[in-house]
Design a protein around this ligand. Structure first.
Ligand SMILES: CC(C)(COP(=O)(O)OP(=O)(O)OC[C@H]1O[C@@H](n2cnc3c(N)ncnc32)[C@H](O)[C@@H]1OP(=O)(O)O)[C@@H](O)C(=O)NCCC(=O)NCCS
Length: 172
């Protein structure tokens, strides 16, 4: 059996009464691109996008575990299109997968042209947050119970990425 495709109750935590679903903690955040946050081409700075991604993901992680969290890592992020001053940013964050104390949060970034309503998918980011105890050591998080086919797909992909990150850290 291919365990990577396995979404049985054991792997998707559907039997755990304390498990939470991705929609329990999902976050949507909107922002207007203002002149102070643009580069010399009049488009939003990449660093500003990453800042907003980090905030949306942190809120999502805290909503999942209801504990303080820190960003442990951000996977490679690509910027597919420039987002001009005056356009809107829409950030959609949800929990893809959880370990013992860590959570992979996926953030989809879209731009919206305020005059036409046209939406463009500009970036996707995967961040790992770790929940902390009061003494700042890693603290257990609730299991994740994906519901929809899309959430189950993200769960499987999130698990693969979490395993790959662990392997990369092991190899230094
Ligand atoms: C993230 C941090 C809490 C991990 O602490 P640690 O003592 O290394 O903890 P552990 O080795 O026990 O790992 C705890 C969890 O974090 C995960 N983890 C640790 N480092 C990671 C990394 N770089 N990327 C992704 N996950 C990581 C582990 O896989 C483990 O997950 P699990 O509990 O789900 O199995 C610690 O490195 C830290 O505080 N870093 C600074 C965070 C920070 O300040 N961020 C803001 C920007 S600088």
């Amino acid at each position: 059996m291919n365990t990577k495709q396995d979404t049985t109750p054991e792997n998707s935590n559907s039997g755990d009464p304390n498990a939470k679903t991705p929609s329990d903690s999902a976050v949507e955040m909107r922002e207007l691109v203002l002149p102070n946050d643009t580069n010399t081409h009049g488009n939003i700075l990449g660093g500003k996008v990453l800042h907003l991604v980090d905030i949306a993901a942190a809120m999502c992680a805290m909503r999942h575990c209801r504990k303080p969290v820190v960003t442990a890592s951000i996977d490679e992020v690509q910027f597919h299109y420039p987002i001009p001053e005056g356009h809107f940013l829409l950030l959609k964050a949800s929990v893809n997968f959880v370990g013992r104390s860590s959570m992979e949060i996926g953030v989809k970034v879209l731009s919206e042209d305020p005059m036409t309503g046209e939406m463009r998918h500009t970036s996707t980011a995967y961040l790992t947050f770790v929940a902390l105890t009061a003494s700042k050591s890693p603290s257990e998080v609730p299991r994740l119970n994906p519901q929809s086919d899309e959430e189950k797909r993200r769960f499987e992909k999130g698990r693969d990425r979490m395993e790959a990150r662990r392997e990369r850290r092991r190899q230094g």
